[in-house]
Design a protein around this ligand. Structure first.
Ligand SMILES: Cc1ncc(COP(=O)(O)O)c(C=O)c1O
Ligand SMILES: Nc1c(O)cccc1C(=O)C[C@H](N)C(=O)O
Length: 398
């Protein structure tokens, strides 16, 4: 048995989160794609069956009250809140990340007020963020300034209304300095809008502590809510009374069943609601979030760093020199919960890895992406993934 495999087994034996794996539906596959679609928590199928058969099938319309359907967006928001460092009443669940980005960005420009007519956006961002920022800029009469996150401080000026950044970059896995960038944005008088898709559920975020103005995130990655599960919107407490959503709907009205022609926004984060929530997906997410009941996010972060450290070490040991190059920073303070390896022929290489039971993903043009979800990935999985990668890249051994 190799020295690394012996170490992997020791690390698994002392892993305080190891038992969590049993709360997920998994097989022999090494699943390193939870940064795209989280695995299925075992509690979800029965809950969904109950929602469909009893809540919808038997109770029908009564479930809006009796099964708590109407208040689900705020209730589930409160469940996500501690994972991203927010107090209750700051987060509302619903719609997609893309839609929430639109609400947050236009809302931020409206909060920034007169004279501020620029939106700064991460030029390396996940595409949807860039598209939404461009449209939000056009609709609000702002100019869009795409810059790299490192260039943000020098791009800020008295004209900046809002800055949209990713906490963790989807391609490289780089973790950006949310406290420092938020402070710099505030020093210029602008609002900070953060996309937490690749950090929520993988590491502490500290939204309230760092005074983040608005934030959005998806729930189908590290929060394991399921394909297309609803996203969320965070609105800082002292902005809530002035938050002017560009998508006001009857669900965010102060008196939804008053059916009034005039719009009066509800108080609190539920101002971020729009129309009828997607109850089946939302209640699947609620069941999925139960795995977090006894898990501190700090423990998840510690294991995540140990997993990515160990993966980088195994890759350095097993993979022939020069075949891959890590795009993910070595420094813990700059690393999310994934490792991105640049590799020639990355598409076919990932295809072969998947055929051999190691599932990561390929990102155009040359990136192998491996996501490490500490709730269900172990150290022996990591060793196996690096070993199979090495065999895949060394035809004589593969
Ligand atoms: C950073 C980031 N933002 C947004 C999205 C997607 O948003 P939506 O759920 O609206 O497709 C993703 C992933 O798909 C993402 O990685
Ligand atoms: N949302 C996705 C989907 O509907 C299909 C396939 C992949 C996704 C993803 O989430 C991709 C992911 N955001 C990424 O980081 O590349």
């Amino acid at each position: 048995m190799s020295e690394l495999l012996v170490r992997a087994e020791k690390l698994d034996a002392s892993d305080e989160l190891a038992a969590k794996r049993a709360e997920f539906v998994l097989d022999e596959t090494v699943y390193l794609d939870g940064n795209s679609l989280g695995a299925l928590p075992a509690a979800v199928p029965d809950r969904v069956a109950d929602v469909v058969r009893r809540q919808w099938g038997a109770l029908r319309i009564r479930s809006w009250d009796e099964s708590g359907w109407w208040t689900a967006p705020e209730r589930i928001g409160d469940r996500i809140a501690p994972l991203v460092g927010a107090a209750a009443g700051r987060i509302v669940v619903g719609d997609s990340t893309s839609v929430n980005l639109f609400k947050a960005l236009v809302g931020a420009v409206r909060l920034a007020g007169e004279g501020r007519d620029e939106i700064v956006v991460d030029a390396t961002t996940f595409p949807t963020d860039g598209y939404i920022a461009e449209s939000a800029a056009r609709l609000t009469g702002c100019t869009l300034r795409p810059v790299t996150p490192a260039e943000v401080p020098e791009a800020l000026s008295a004209r900046t209304a809002a800055v949209l950044l990713n906490h963790v970059d989807y391609r490289t896995g780089r973790l950006h300095d949310l406290p420092a960038l938020t402070a710099a944005i505030h020093a210029s008088g602008a609002l900070a809008v953060w996309d937490l898709c690749h950090s929520a559920g993988a590491l502490p975020v500290g939204l309230d502590e760092h005074g983040v103005d608005l934030a959005v995130g998806c729930t189908y990655k590290y929060l394991n809510g399921g394909p297309g599960s609803p996203a969320y919107l965070y609105v800082r407490h002292d902005h809530q009374a002035r938050f002017d959503s560009p998508l006001p709907g009857w669900n965010s009205h102060a008196e939804p069943f008053g059916m009034r022609t005039d719009y009066e926004p509800a108080a609190g984060a539920l101002r971020g609601r729009v129309g009828t929530p997607d109850i089946l997906s939302m209640l699947a997410l609620e069941a999925a979030l139960e795995v977090w009941d006894d898990v501190p996010i700090e423990a998840v972060r510690a294991k995540s760093l140990a997993l990515t450290d160990f993966f980088l070490e195994c890759v350095a040991e097993y993979v022939p020199p020069g075949r891959v190059e890590s795009l993910t920073p070595a420094a813990h303070a700059e690393r999310g919960s994934q490792v991105a390896l640049r590799c020639d022929e990355a598409g076919p290489v990932m295809k072969r890895l998947i055929e051999r039971g190691v599932v990561g993903d390929f990102r155009h043009p040359d990136v192998l992406r491996f996501g490490f979800t500490p709730l269900y990935v172990g150290f022996a999985d990591v060793e196996r993934a690096a070993r199979v990668l090495a065999e895949t890249l060394s035809p004589a051994r593969g």
